[in-house]
Design a protein around this ligand. Structure first.
Ligand SMILES: Nc1ncnc2c1ncn2[C@@H]1O[C@H](COP(=O)(O)OP(=O)(O)OP(=O)(O)O)[C@@H](O)[C@H]1O
Length: 449
């Protein structure tokens, strides 16, 4: 359950807010003064702090600087009266996530908190299967999960670095690795987060209408232009434009795109009016764009404009340590979508998921798990629910036919217990199951010492 600390000297307002947020399944602590808040901060780590700007014996902005220094993963939302808005804006420059002006509506505060929690998920790693303070249902609400492998951590680190800048980012990586969600997460962590994020699949736009799709048109400018139309550039103005499959742009549209980016202005087709752009571009490609440049299929000048900062989103094969983390994440999502209650994977299922090469990366995993959840009848997912091609993959190192399901499970549990020196908590961690499940299995297989 996400942890929230409210710092507010108006006791009845503070308690009312606490009740409201507790009803919405947040773990809420309150403090009526800065001193009290400092004590709470020493005791726990909070995901979000909601603080009044004006507090007796100090103010929320001073506290903010301290929090940002000591607990950088905690997001701070300031609550302010009308007269304090200027202070709140200054506070945002110092790292506050956002501010809300009193009086605010329940919807307003919930929406700001949800946005802040999305950023928290970008900044910290939380393993839904292991960490007790991050129940899986909360984690599955987040659209971007950070892995624990070295390559995921590196990706995360670079994302944090580039997000607050205006630099164009070129995302590379195989299909299904998460380039679009990475682009969205960068947008969410930038100061454009309250503006639009527009995703355009350059490979899906027919060549004949691409100019009008990008830049818009005015009524009557060509046959079929029945109404004025806003293009993607204009729609994303102020925010971020994500150009997916940018390598598929025709040469003519590459020139148009380059011109728009250089001049920072566009005209709708059939119009003479110039529209000034304030856009951040994030582009993505599965192709080797440098090779396309060498072959003369992609303009070098455009390549350099798009590639002010490049990020490679790793394939799932290159971040095997993340496989079970993502599998649990997709399991939770599928449970919600299909209204099922599959709690965990059997030991053998985990081996299968772990050993499969995942050529379609996270997209494939999401689909495989959703389908398997649909086929699972009880609360544990066994291999018979998983698509044949995944179970039969030649890359599997474990041959399930060697053991019956229970023999295999018993063997794995014994191995884990031995490895953990018969410490059950450690063994449960190795097996990635809860302690309760481990105790039940030990009983079932008569493995008590
Ligand atoms: N870090 C992540 N956290 C949560 N979900 C993710 C993550 N990365 C990818 N996914 C999920 O995996 C699927 C594929 O992601 P996405 O569409 O961003 O991939 P892509 O690299 O843009 O694919 P393509 O190149 O085919 O367009 C999506 O359903 C997305 O939600």
């Amino acid at each position: 359950m996400p942890k929230i600390l409210i710092i507010e000297d108006d006791t009845s307002f503070c308690q009312m807010l606490q009740k409201f947020l507790t009803r919405h399944r947040f773990d809420v602590s309150i403090s009526y003064s800065l001193k009290e808040a400092q004590g709470k901060l020493r005791e726990s780590i909070f995901d979000v702090i909601l603080s009044d700007v004006r507090l007796p014996k100090g103010d929320g902005v001073v506290l903010l600087s301290k929090i940002k220094e000591e607990y950088p993963q905690t997001q701070v939302i300031l609550m302010t009266g009308y007269a304090d808005v200027k202070t709140a804006v200054n506070a945002m420059k110092k790292g506050a996530f956002d501010y809300v002006t009193k009086p605010f509506t329940p919807d307003e505060i919930l929406s700001v908190i949800t946005n802040a929690l999305n950023i928290v998920s970008l900044k910290e790693y939380r393993n839904p299967a292991i960490k007790k303070d991050a129940p899986r249902e909360e984690t599955s609400k987040r659209y971007f999960l950070v892995g624990e492998s070295e390559s995921s951590k590196k990706l995360q680190q670079y994302m944090n670095l580039v997000a607050p800048t205006n630099m164009s980012v070129l995302l590379t990586g195989e299909s299904g690795t998460g380039k679009e969600v990475t682009a969205k997460a960068i947008h969410q962590a930038s100061n454009r987060k309250n503006q639009s994020f527009m995703a355009v699949d350059c490979g899906a736009i027919p060549k004949e209408i691409a100019t009008s799709e990008f830049f818009g048109h005015v009524k009557g400018s060509f046959t079929g232009a029945m109404e004025d139309k806003i293009g993607h550039f204009e729609a994303a103005n102020g925010g971020t434009l994500f150009l997916d499959e940018v390598g598929n742009l025709s040469y003519e549209h590459q020139i148009q795109l380059l011109r728009a980016l250089q001049e920072r202005k566009i005209k709708r087709v059939g119009s003479t009016k110039e529209i000034y752009l304030d856009l951040r571009i994030i582009a993505a490609t599965n192709d080797n764009l440098m090779e396309a440049v060498e072959k003369g299929n992609f303009r070098e000048d455009l390549y350099h404009r798009l590639n002010e900062f490049s990020l490679e989103v790793p394939s799932l094969r290159d971040r095997r340590e993340d496989i079970l983390l993502f599998a649990n994440y997709f399991l939770d999502k599928a449970n919600k979508e299909l209204n099922k209650e599959v709690i965990e994977f059997s030991v053998e299922t985990k081996q299968i998921l772990h050993n499969y090469p995942w050529p379609g990366n996270l997209r494939e995993m999401k689909n495989v798990i959703k389908r398997a959840v649909l086929f699972t009848e009880g609360s544990i997912m066994y291999p018979d629910s998983i698509a044949e091609e995944v179970v039969q993959s030649p890359n599997r190192t474990v041959q399930p036919k060697m053991f019956s399901k229970s023999e295999f499970e018993k063997e794995s549990i014994l191995n884990a217990l031995k490895q953990a020196n018969f410490n059950k908590s450690k063994a449960a961690k190795i097996l990635q199951i809860t302690r309760k499940t481990l105790y039940n299995k030990i009983k079932q297989y008569h493995l008590e010492a």
